[in-house]
Design a protein around this ligand. Sequence first.
Ligand SMILES: [Zn+2]
Ligand SMILES: [Zn+2]
Length: 383
Amino acid sequence: MNDDFYEILGVSKDASADEIKKAYRKKARKLHPDVNPDPSAADQMKKVSQAYETLSNPEKRRMYDMGGQSPFGGGGFGGFGGGATFDFSDLFEAFAGASGMGGRGRGPIPRERRGNDILRRMTLELDDVVFGSEKELTFPTAVTCSRCHGNCCEPGTGTKKCTVCSGTGHVQRTVKSLLGQMVQLAPCSACQGHGTTIENPCAECQGHGRVQEERTITLRVPAGIDTGRRIQLRGEGEAGEAGGPAGDLFVEVRVKEHEIFHREGNDLLARLTISMVAAALGTKATLTTFDGEREVEIKPGTQPGDVIRMRNLGVTSLRGDSRGDILIEVGVEIPKKLSGSERDLLAQFGEMRGEPDLREGAKNAQHSDGGVFAKIREKFRDL
Ligand SMILES: [Zn+2]
Ligand SMILES: [Zn+2]
């Protein structure tokens, strides 16, 4: 066979180096086995690569142009033995986006690796977040090995430069592929690419520089934190490998419902139920707040649903510069059962207020004096 390299790449005889490069990338993208499963594509890809190998090298191209060289028949300068270098980065670049063959650095792989982040969940009482608090938190994690202090070697010993790769962390390997022979850089298996070897791994951590342990820390719970928020503690996560930096600790908070107060932002809502007599005459109640006991004054004539606001007794804001309020919604209990004399007293009371006698039934109430309708209003918003 006598394929023409220019034809294979689809360029003219006087194509510039740039045009050749572009043509090659275009073909390679189409023919690469990652995108083209057709077996004949692999064959074509081989030809394209060989054509490019020659035409991309000015010296080889000059010789090829002078004629006489059979493209695929071996000959004087096939393969990679001739000292000319074939720039594989051209090919790698062509696929960098598609298959992730992008360039990693070629130096040794550092032994140090950052530790993982840790996520813990913690349930808090409302008391814990009104002013903030301190909590102990125990969790399994990786900590720096105390025997080797993270350097992975038995005390008194150290790492040695890898003799297989001379400390570079990688070795050259010639592999046969559909593109022909390729020289690849592979991580050195003797040192796992680190470039150094550990002669005497630390007995405590088996050469990892860290060990698993239960750790207890004192967590400062900021005032005002609410359910779903995370506290981030930098460097309190897993210790890194081989002395690498530690990860972070995230504590996700859940604040439990309190038996009296319902939290809404930094305000605390409570409900107080009083008798209808107390609502009419006024009374006092004692509320245990997070600041101690406080007297709540219920004014005469308090209506069901009225809200009593007690300022600055709520949750401290996250910024710490203000506090929410306590809001008490008043409920009025209407007696469900009345004794005969209680009914009489209430009826008399009604009469004194000019209300019709309701003891006979509710027939009058349908028409008048049954009450006054009004639109529901948002009590909390008004106050
Ligand atoms: Zn150790
Ligand atoms: Zn090595």
